[in-house]
Write a protein of this length. Structure first.
Length: 325
């Protein structure tokens, strides 16, 4: 039997990988050279294969354990591992800053350095970092406009949002970005914009009297799905940063003192565009956690969410570093 070298496991680009996993009440281990998760059904143990070469993120929920051998195989294939609570939230990790979003990344020393060097060339300049933060918001607006209008006309995720109402919200945010003088201004404006998007979708889907609450404190389906979906988006964002070799602490918007800040910045490129509307659609249609998760992952793949993140990071890096692709 031919033996695969670790480099062969990375033949599938991260942006083209099809799988994200949330696992609970199981054991993750290596069995016969394959990474599998094991569930107990009565007196029987059922083994399920994890195709690591085609996987980006593994979230380990309540009641899970993982072996050292499995972590080694994940690292070879460049799969990011996160520990979380039940239903995909909250996210935990073995780090010295447990309150931030942290991921266990494989320690490859052969990732590209060009993007890190270009990022650092502007990151220490407050003005240029501010420009990068605005650029991220412009990409975010573009993604919301394009994807929401596509979702509104799709058969598998009906979103009856009036295009004129959506354009009004986004154009207002675009105009407000021009008057922002600090990252605090941007955060305030983008929070207000997101609230308007919540109202727009809640009204369009008939989800009456929605109130967004802090993570993990919402008991209604929409709030739970928003929390769950956001963490899947954080997983993709962490993968995008890892692929390009960018440390999570070099944020442009979500605080220079938070180690996971760049993950939040990058996740925002798709959170409003995909997680927000699909959480409401799933809540209205009566999805459970698993059905919502599959619905969202399917749309992540359809609209190439990881590609959007990686391309957004690349474009912003090269623009602000004064280089060209």
């Amino acid at each position: 039997m031919d033996v695969l070298a670790p480099s062969d496991l990375k033949a599938i680009l991260h942006s083209k990988r099809a799988n994200m996993y949330y696992l609970q009440h199981c054991r993750v281990l290596v069995n016969g050279g394959r990474v599998e998760y094991v569930t107990d059904e009565g007196k029987e143990s059922l083994y399920w294969n994890i195709p690591i070469a085609n996987t980006t993120v593994i979230l380990l929920g309540t009641g899970t354990s993982i072996t050292q051998a499995a972590v080694r195989e994940f690292a070879k294939a460049g799969v990011l591992v996160g520990f979380c609570g039940g239903g995909g939230t909250p996210l935990f990790a073995a780090s010295e800053v447990a309150a931030d979003v942290e991921w266990l990344c494989s320690q490859s020393e052969y990732r590209p350095t060009e993007y890190l060097q270009a990022w650092c060339s502007f990151w220490f300049d407050d003005n240029r970092r501010m420009v990068a933060a605005v650029r991220f918001q412009q990409l975010r607006i573009d993604n919301v406009r394009r994807i929401w209008k596509a979702l509104a006309s799709s058969r598998d995720a009906v979103l009856p949002v009036v295009a004129e109402s959506l354009d009004e919200v986004l154009e207002r945010f675009e105009s407000e970005l021009g008057s922002c003088n600090s990252t605090a201004d941007i955060l305030a404006k983008e929070a207000a914009m997101t609230k308007r998007l919540y109202r727009l979708v809640a009204r369009a889907t008939g989800y009456e009297e929605f109130v967004r609450v802090k993570q993990g404190r919402g008991n209604d389906p929409a709030n739970r799905f928003l929390d769950h979906g956001n963490y899947l988006a954080y997983g993709l964002a962490a993968t995008a940063c890892w692929v390009l070799g960018l440390p999570h602490g070099l944020a442009v918007l979500h605080g220079k003192t938070r180690r996971g800040g760049l993950v939040f910045d990058v996740a925002d490129l798709v959170k409003d565009a995909l997680v927000l509307p699909l959480a409401f659609v799933a809540a209205v249609e009566g999805d459970d956690e698993q059905a919502f998760r599959q619905r969202l992952i399917n749309q992540f793949q359809k609209y190439e969410a990881l590609d959007l993140m990686i391309d957004g990071l690349k474009a912003t890096t090269l623009e602000q570093a004064g280089t060209s692709a």
